[in-house]
Design a protein around this ligand. Structure first.
Ligand SMILES: *Cc1c(COP(=O)(O)O)cnc(C)c1O
Length: 384
């Protein structure tokens, strides 16, 4: 059996090596390292793929989130609601901009932000909601857009983990994740579903004025060279990363398909296990189909119900199966974000999930033998 990796980028590279090497060489020969033709071409190709009017590339997914909030003109003291169970970047930029983070609980089956918890958290100071499409599946955007509409709030989708996922509205209409809210951010960190070979990120919006504002913000607040109209940042995607992303974007659906197939095999193997809860696919396609793009499985995350999660992590590692705990601490308990406003009884789900979740290896190169080895190890250990 091949060595099992949590994320395996080498197989992907072997497959696109010629194209990637040639285009990187071309960037080196041309010296167009910043704002070169690959950056513009990638922007256009991603706009077409997503069906969104504007893609603004930037340096990473954290910058992308911050720039979304700057672009919307959020002001110190404005309240921004987001999930307690996510990567810290989301709350970090809210705090950095002196906005007030309002963390709320999530749903136990999809791990995504809980709609009733959002509703309870809305005050006259609330200006925005940041749903994170956690682990590759969209939050309930029907309900979130309706709430935002009713209370006149901005919706910023943190799409770092779900690029390529399709959201189905209750009406049956389908849209790509990150094109539904007022603006969205994504990350091209190497291990993301669409990853480059360094850091990268992007912002998406269908709003022409907001796109214009954001294009200035990413470039030191300049709309005309050396005239600085607003306080901006320096956040660029470089040409080498754009060249890599172009090669990978054309394969994104295929990559996500392979993740879906691996996830389906995992879930099938865990069927009927009393102590193991497999991730719920919230969309209508169901797990029977072999080709669905409503969940792109950035992570395949189980809940272990009988208290053996930590022991299972150790057991898998001892048997050369890497795994991850995303995330071990709720954001409201992280030292940087502790606040007397938060009450433990408001976070029953997150407080439980942090003790139960375990993410198994998930990438495009998993084979059946590896999946069987992993699932057998998990099942045997959890039941004994
Ligand atoms: C990865 C990630 C980010 C940050 O992206 P970087 O490119 O690493 O800055 C933000 N939000 C979520 C949910 C992420 O998973």
């Amino acid at each position: 059996m091949r060595k099992i990796q949590m994320v395996d980028l080498n197989g992907q590279y072997e497959d696109i090596k010629n194209q990637v090497n040639d285009s990187i060489a071309e960037v080196l020969e041309s010296s167009a390292f910043i704002n070169g033709p690959h950056v513009h071409a990638f922007q256009k190709e991603l706009e077409d793929y997503l069906g969104v009017k504007h893609v603004i590339p930037c340096a990473n997914g954290t910058d992308a989130l911050q720039i979304c909030m700057m672009g919307l003109g959020l002001q110190p003291g404005d309240e921004v609601i987001t999930a307690d169970f996510t990567f810290a970047a989301t709350v970090e930029v809210i705090a950095l901009l002196n906005l007030t983070p309002v963390l709320v609980d999530v749903e136990p089956d999809t791990f995504n932000i809980d709609i009733e918890a959002i509703e309870r958290a809305i005050t006259p100071k609330t200006k925005a909601i940041v749903p994170v499409h956690l682990f590759g599946q969209c939050a309930n955007m029907d309900a979130i857009m309706e709430l935002a509409d009713k209370h006149n709030l901005f919706v910023i989708e943190d799409n770092a983990q779900a690029i390529g996922a399709t959201y189905s509205w209750a009406s049956g209409k389908k849209m790509k994740s990150g094109t539904i809210g007022h603006v969205a951010s994504t990350s091209f960190f190497p291990s993301k579903n669409l990853g480059c070979y360094g850091d990268g990120g992007a912002i998406f919006t269908n709003d022409d004025d907001l796109a214009h504002t954001i294009r200035g913000i990413v470039n030191h607040g300049m709309y005309e060279r050396y005239y600085h109209d607003v306080v901006g940042v320096n956040s660029r995607l470089d040409s080498i990363q754009a060249a890599v992303l172009r090669a990978k974007l054309s394969k994104l659906d295929e990559y996500n398909q392979k993740r879906w197939q691996a996830a389906t095999k995992y879930s099938k193997a865990f069927q009927g296990q009393d102590h193991i809860v497999v991730p719920k696919i919230a969309c209508a396609c169901g797990s029977a189909q072999n080709t669905c793009d409503c969940h792109v499985f950035h992570q395949y995350t189980l809940r272990i119900l009988n208290g053996k999660r930590d022991a299972l992590v150790k057991h898998l590692n001892e048997n050369n199966v890497p795994c991850g705990v995303y995330y071990p601490v709720p954001l409201h308990k992280q030292k940087a974000y502790v606040d007397s406003r938060y009450k433990e009884e408001d976070f029953p789900v997150t407080n439980q999930l942090v003790k139960e979740v375990i993410s198994l290896p998930m990438h495009t190169e998993l084979d059946d033998e590896q999946i069987q080895y992993i699932t057998n190890l998990v099942i045997d250990f959890v039941n004994h």
